[in-house]
Structures are given as C-alpha cells and as structure tokens.
Design a protein around this ligand. Structure first.
Ligand code: SF4
Length: 79
C-alpha cells in the first residue's frame, strides 16, 4: 500500500462530543481537547490508523469518524 493510500481523514462531530478527552489520550498526535472542552482534529491528514481506530471505537458518543483520504471509505469505527 502506498503512502497516499494510507492517508486518513479524521472528523469530530462537535455537536456530539461531550469532552471526555479519551480520544486525545489515545491518539494525541491527531486529536486534542480544544478551549471549548470539545475534541478537535490537529492535522488534516494522518496515517495513524491503529490509534485513530481505537479512539473512534471508544468514543462514548460516536463522534469520531475515520475515512480513507483516497477512497472515502469509512475505516473506523467498525463495531
Ligand atoms: S472520546 Fe468522543 S466524547 Fe470524548 S472527547 Fe473524544 S470525541 Fe469527545
């Protein structure tokens, strides 16, 4: 798989986020808690699928989604 094929886009639905911070602890390179107490994405493209998958799957309100930047396929969460 090429580097471009591994590129991920991460989104946080701020209307769902309840600010637990769990995602920021799990994927600190990609997610942090903003000054409004809600998670926000740190970089437009990532390649950290393992940590982002864990973050998306442990979010209690299903606010995080991870897609393939190349194809748009939903990669996480996968319950
Ligand atoms: S795990 Fe979910 S609810 Fe908790 S801060 Fe991250 S996005 Fe918000």
């Amino acid at each position: 798989m090429s580097a471009a094929e591994r590129e991920l886009t991460v989104r946080v639905d701020g209307t769902r986020c309840v600010g637990t911070g769990a995602c920021a602890r799990t994927a600190p390179g990609d997610l942090e808690l903003g000054p409004d107490g809600r998670a926000r994405v740190l970089r437009p493209v990532s390649d950290d699928l393992p940590n982002l998958t864990e973050a998306a799957e442990l979010c209690p309100v299903e606010a995080i989604t991870v897609h393939s930047a190349a194809t748009g396929e939903l990669l996480a969460p996968r319950y």
